[in-house]
Design a protein around this ligand. Structure first.
Ligand code: NAD
Length: 365
C-alpha cells in the first residue's frame, strides 16, 4: 500500500458520521497542561439545549470515543423528547483512565469548554464522573446539573429513576395481564444497585414476589432479609418462572440466547440499551408475546429530575412528571399494536414526531 493509500484508509470521515444521524455540532477539546482530551457532541437542539452527562473512559482509540459520544448524544435526544422535556440531546466524553486522569484542573478546564458553548450544552454526571467532579465543572460554568442538594441541585436521581421504572412496569403489566396491579406478581430483578434497590421498595410495598440477582453478595443478603426476596444465581434470573423481568444492571442483555430463556411476559427495567440489536430483538420479543417497556422511556426519571434542576428545582414536580411515564408507556403499547411494530420503534417514532411538531411550532415568528 502506498503512503497516500494508507493515509486514506486511516482517515475518519467525520462529516459523514455527523450526517448519518444529523448531529448538529461536535467540539474537540484539548489542553496540553492538564492532559484534557474531550469530545462534546450536540445531536439536536430543536426542543432546547442539549443535555447529557460527561463520561470518562479509557477508549482504545479516538474513533471509539467518537462513536460512543455520537451514539450516546443521539440517545439523549430521544429520551428528552419522549419525556416531554424542552431539552435536546448531547453528551461528552473525556478520554483517559478515570483513576489517574481526573484532577481539579482538568475538570475545571473542561468546565471552561462547556462555558464556551454558552448554554447550548448542559453537562451532568455520568460513568466515572462524580458529584465532586461536577462541583469543579460548576466553578467554571453554570451549565451543569446533578449537583448536590446543598448546592441547590436535585441530589441523587436514582429514586426518581426507580419511580419511573415502576410506573413503566405497571403500564406494561396492565398491557400484558389486563390490570396494573403487581400484587402477587413474580418480579425478577437483575441488579439491585441504586435504582434496583429503590425499585424493590415499591414492589415490596405493593405485594410483589421478588427474585433478585447481583454480583454484590452483601446487597443480596441485605435485600433478601429486608424484602423477603429470593436470591437467584447469575444467569438463572432469565429462566425462572417470573411474570416480569427487570434488567437494572447491564445493557445489551436482551440477546437471542437470553430472550430464548425468558418465561416472563413483561420486561421493564432501568438499564440503558437493553436490546442487543433492536432490529433483531425488538421483533423477537413480539414473536414471543413479551411486552417490552422501552428502556429510554421508562428510565427517564433521572433526566426529568435534572431538567427540574435546570428550570428551578422542585422534587415534588419531578416525581409528578415522572408519574406520567405510566401514560406514555400505555400509549406506546397501543401505538405498537396498531402499527404492528415493536415498542422500541414506536417510542422512537413518537419522540421523532414531537421534535418535528415542535420544529413546526417554531416556524412562526
Ligand atoms: P448501580 O451501579 O448502583 O447498580 C448496578 C448494580 O448491578 C450493582 O449493584 C452491580 O453490582 C450490579 N451488577 C453489575 N454487574 C452485574 C451482573 N453481571 N449481574 C448482576 N448484577 C450486576 O447503577 P444504578 O444507578 O442502579 O443503574 C442501574 C442501571 O440503570 C444502569 O444500567 C444505568 O445506566 C441505568 N440508569 C440509571 C439511572 C440512575 O438514575 N441511576 C438513570 C437511567 C439509567
Amino acid at each position: 500500500m502506498s503512503t497516500t493509500q494508507s493515509a486514506k484508509a486511516a482517515q475518519i470521515d467525520i462529516f459523514s458520521q455527523l450526517q448519518a444521524y444529523n448531529h448538529e455540532k461536535l467540539v474537540f477539546c484539548q489542553d496540553k497542561h492538564t492532559g484534557l482530551k474531550a469530545i462534546i457532541a450536540i445531536h439536536n437542539t430543536v426542543l432546547g439545549p442539549g443535555l447529557g452527562g460527561t463520561r470518562v473512559w479509557n477508549y482504545a482509540n479516538d474513533t471509539e470515543a467518537l462513536n460512543d459520544v455520537l451514539r450516546l448524544s443521539r440517545g439523549m435526544t430521544y429520551k428528552a423528547a419522549i419525556s416531554g422535556l424542552n431539552l435536546g440531546g448531547a453528551k461528552a466524553v473525556i478520554i483517559g483512565d478515570a483513576k489517574t486522569i481526573k484532577t481539579e484542573a482538568l475538570m475545571r478546564k473542561f468546565g471552561r469548554f462547556v462555558e464556551n458553548l454558552n448554554g447550548k450544552y448542559i453537562t451532568a454526571e455520568d460513568v466515572n464522573t462524580t458529584t465532586r467532579d461536577m462541583e469543579y465543572v460548576n466553578m467554571e460554568t453554570d451549565h451543569v446539573v446533578g449537583l448536590p442538594e446543598s448546592m441547590g441541585g436535585g441530589g441523587d436521581p436514582s429514586p426518581v429513576t426507580a419511580y419511573g421504572v415502576y410506573m413503566g412496569m405497571k403500564a406494561a403489566v396492565k398491557h400484558a395481564f389486563g390490570n396494573e396491579s403487581l400484587n402477587g406478581k413474580k418480579v425478577a430483578i437483575q441488579g439491585i444497585g441504586k435504582v434496583g434497590g429503590h425499585l424493590l421498595e415499591h414492589l415490596h410495598k405493593e405485594g410483589a414476589k421478588l427474585f433478585i440477582t447481583d454480583i454484590n453478595e452483601e446487597m443480596l443478603a441485605k435485600y433478601s432479609k429486608e424484602f423477603g426476596a429470593t436470591v437467584v444465581k447469575g444467569d438463572e434470573i432469565y429462566s425462572i418462572d417470573a411474570d416480569v423481568f427487570a434488567p437494572c444492571a447491564l445493557g445489551a442483555i436482551l440477546n437471542t440466547e437470553n430472550i430464548g430463556k425468558l418465561k416472563a411476559k413483561v420486561i421493564a427495567g432501568a438499564a440503558n440499551n437493553q436490546l442487543a440489536d433492536e432490529n433483531v430483538h425488538g421483533p423477537m420479543l413480539i414473536e414471543k408475546g413479551i411486552a417490552y417497556a422501552p428502556d429510554f422511556l421508562i428510565n427517564a426519571g433521572g433526566l426529568i429530575n435534572v431538567y427540574q434542576e435546570h428550570i428551578g428545582y422542585n422534587r415534588e414536580t419531578a416525581f409528578r412528571n415522572t408519574e406520567h411515564i405510566f401514560n406514555v408507556t400505555s400509549d406506546i403499547f397501543k401505538m405498537a399494536d396498531a402499527k404492528n411494530i415493536h415498542t422500541q420503534k414506536a417510542a422512537m417514532e413518537l419522540a421523532e414526531k414531537r421534535i418535528n411538531d415542535m420544529l413546526h411550532v417554531g416556524s412562526t415568528y
